[in-house]
Design a protein around this ligand. Sequence first.
Ligand code: GDP
Length: 425
Amino acid sequence: MSNCAIVGINWGDEGKGRMVDLLTEKYDYVIRYQGGGNAGHTVVNEYGKFALHLLPSGIFRPGVVNILGNGVALDLENLWNEMQTVVEQGVAITPDSLKISDRASLVLPWHRELDGLEEARLADKKYGSTKQGIAPFYSDKFQKKTIMAGELFYPERLREHLKDLLEWKNLTLTGVYGAEAVKYEDILAWVETYAEKFKPFICDTGKVLKKAVKEGKSILFEAQLGSLRDLDYGIYPYTTSSNAIAAYAPVGSGLPFAKVDQVIGVVKAYSTCVGEGPFVCEWFGEEADELRKAGFEFGAKTGRPRRVGPIDLVATRYGVECQGATDIALTKLDVMSYMDRLPICAHYEKNGEIIDDFPFPAALYDCKPVMEYMDGWKCDISGVRCWEDLPVNAQKYVEYVEKMIGCHIRYVSVGPERDAYIERA
Ligand code: GDP
């Protein structure tokens, strides 16, 4: 059977977790292929409401094998806490339902510490890090100075490796930041504690997946964050430190030879953005407060109020292109029900010129939104389950967005619950 990636088209928080939770029914394997616990996927289902940070969203479906691929930032401490929360609510997590790649590298406590120290140093020039250690972690991975999960099975080599890394890391901690040196006994104790807990879950997931492909199993790749936060294609440096786009899914999963057959891009019916960086269509004041309140736009991980604005067709079209999206899931359409008129950022104006191509990051500061408006529908649509029952003005909005971004909107989500959606032909 085919495979599919579910990815964010914009700045993240588009509702990917909700879509993966819905679609996992059709898949045997769900894989997180990049990122760490620095964002939250909110899932509402029969077990309750969850903010998943690192666990793949297929964890709720019996029979689904969930994999944390080699591309993720594996924070064992946070993952363990997250697993306990989910288990406490009645979801079983076993080495059959969760497998961790032996090639995934570990986020160590010093990565989190360094993240905080660097954000403090940057002061008002900060990037808006969630301080989960993700940027220091990926920098170290590229410098080949991390511990891979599989090393936990080789304790003697692990101890030597850890000693070498510690010596190097303490140079930065003490010399650059003037912080306290990390003690070998402390870091070793931390690693050994989590090694015992996680060994049953760690294996050669590439091998598991190759077998699954041979057996014709279906695979779902789950992205964290959106196109505009991708390290190479996003609004650098206000990006994350990994590649969130679908093209990276095979590499970060352990199936480097795989082709992604279907890419479902998740787009929110309006825009939100957490963290710093240029955000052309941003609203301020009352207008923003009203939308933020209607959509409950506060970070799942941080609780931070999200920056909000109207849908940005320029950015969204670019996001669709970067992902090679084959289908779109448009989420949170119900949130716009309070609006008399529907705001759309249709183009950008840059130094007096109308532009439709998403510009180089530094040029975004010179761009202003060019707005269009459509009539609203002003009624509750959260109970609608088929296209024909959607108010005509809601249909027109969806069709207009579809035309402008050049990709079929297959799913329209009208609520956070699993069944609150409309599937279009
Ligand atoms: P993700 O990181 O892309 O999974 O997105 P988040 O979990 O950060 O944010 C999406 C939020 O919107 C969550 O609170 C979801 O429960 C909620 N949500 C998703 N789809 C819909 C929808 O169609 N309508 C409403 N009202 N809420 C939704």
